[in-house]
Design a protein around this ligand. Sequence first.
Ligand SMILES: Nc1ncnc2c1ncn2[C@@H]1O[C@H](COP(=O)(O)OP(=O)(O)OP(=O)(O)O)[C@@H](O)[C@H]1O
Length: 238
Amino acid sequence: MPAASLDVKNLSAGYGPTIVLEDVSFSVPPGARLSILGRNGMGKTTLLSTLMGMNRRYGGEILVGGKDLSFLKSSERARQGIGLVPQTRDIFRSLTVEENLIVGIKDRPRSVIQEAYDMFPRLFERRNNLGWQLSGGEQQMLSTARTILGRPSVLLLDEPLEGLAPVICEELMAAFTRLASSGEMTILLVEQRLESALDFAESVLILERGRIVWQGTSEALRADHGLVEHYIGVGSLH
Ligand SMILES: Nc1ncnc2c1ncn2[C@@H]1O[C@H](COP(=O)(O)OP(=O)(O)OP(=O)(O)O)[C@@H](O)[C@H]1O
């Protein structure tokens, strides 16, 4: 599936009776990258899981390539091109790396697993290891690779660097950047590490208490220390 545009219009969502996201609207052109920033608990994960159809939507629309997916359940949204790599790094802990990847290929031939190994050579080295035997970074690579093998046109990455050593973060960010440069996917990145988020994406939005409080270019945000300190935290930019 080629990269698709994502248009989110007046989205409100939450959990049971609790509204978390309110009136969220933004657009990402096909093949572009957007970083989503905000302090803890401001609704970033909720935004991604709502796009994936994993929690309650109260109103608004989610269009991928112009097609409204709002009323579809999450498995159907996955078929229509949305792929989420969750913060929890969902992998099957009792399956090998290769078996985990086989789950991700859906109806594509087995040979496509090589794409995952090309992206993360470390996974090839560990292909016969079980999920629980992997380091945090390797689990993140596996979770990402599994989602990517499903060829999403819009990829959602939820805090992929959380808790990982700097050298692994660099390896992952390089892989995400290569993926983005291929132009095959539109990518949304939720990331607490501000520098990584700004380096990755040309555009940024900031969430505060479930609302978008700022949208603009990474360049503009990088230049505005006052804005960063106000919405994200003192000392976030180095
Ligand atoms: N399953 C849930 N049920 C009820 N409320 C929830 C649930 N998950 C999250 N929330 C609430 O929704 C709000 C937004 O949480 P969310 O995890 O989306 O924020 P976040 O910006 O991703 O934060 P973090 O960086 O800590 O992951 C918080 O007030 C949180 O307590």
